[in-house]
Design a protein around this ligand. Structure first.
Ligand code: ADP
Ligand code: MG
Length: 173
């Protein structure tokens, strides 16, 4: 596997978890744009957003995406990475883009089960189920537009990985 793999999808769909597992299987590097930009800025996402606004955060996200993209890497992206047409085009041209798709109920269950990992500034100030539903409805088409492959991320982790590996084999054939 030489092309970078980009994992896209909503918060809680499993980008970090799946990315980590995939990189171990393929013995390649794993990078997470959110982690990268937080380290670079020495600030959390919440701090960045309050200091620079969402616009500033999005600019840093594009910078992070470009900086981490390299052959033989699995890149987990932030949920909003697809909002930028530039980012969508960049990922499609540079690598294989996989959308980890899961219904709102699954996303909410995961976010509620592990609230710490999902501590992010609220986008709307609404209750989590409502917010996740609204955000996904607004982004679903963009995830699908950006993706080379759509994978069912509501399954057990090993099945998600197996589906991705099948998709990658097809991509190479
Ligand atoms: P993301 O990076 O897309 O926000 P994470 O990888 O952090 O998502 O996953 C969110 C939570 O859901 C984590 O606690 C993770 O352990 C759990 N999780 C991820 N994928 C699965 C899966 N296929 N089945 C069950 N739980 C999962
Ligand atoms: Mg993550």
């Amino acid at each position: 596997m030489t092309l970078p793999i980009f994992l896209i999808g909503a918060r809680g769909c499993g980008k970090t978890t799946v990315g980590h597992a995939l990189s171990q299987l393929h013995v390649c590097q794993f990078v997470d744009t959110d982690h990268w930009l937080q380290e670079q800025a020495q600030m959390t996402v919440a701090q960045l957003v309050s200091k620079e606004g969402w616009q500033g955060f999005r600019a840093r996200e594009t910078e992070a995406l470009e900086a981490v993209t390299a052959p033989a890497r699995v890149v987990a992206t932030g949920g909003g990475i697809i909002l930028s047409e530039y980012n969508r085009k960049f990922m499609r041209e540079q690598g294989v883009v996989i959308y980890l798709s899961a219904p709102v109920s699954v996303l909410v269950d995961r976010l509620e089960a592990y609230p710490k990992e999902s501590q992010r500034p609220t986008l709307t100030g609404k209750p989590v189920r409502e917010e996740v539903g609204e955000i996904l409805a607004g982004r679903e088409a963009l995830y699908r537009e950006a993706a080379h492959h759509v994978v069912n991320a509501a399954q057990d982790l090993d099945l998600v990985i197996a589906e991705i590996q099948t998709a990658l084999r097809l991509a190479r054939a």
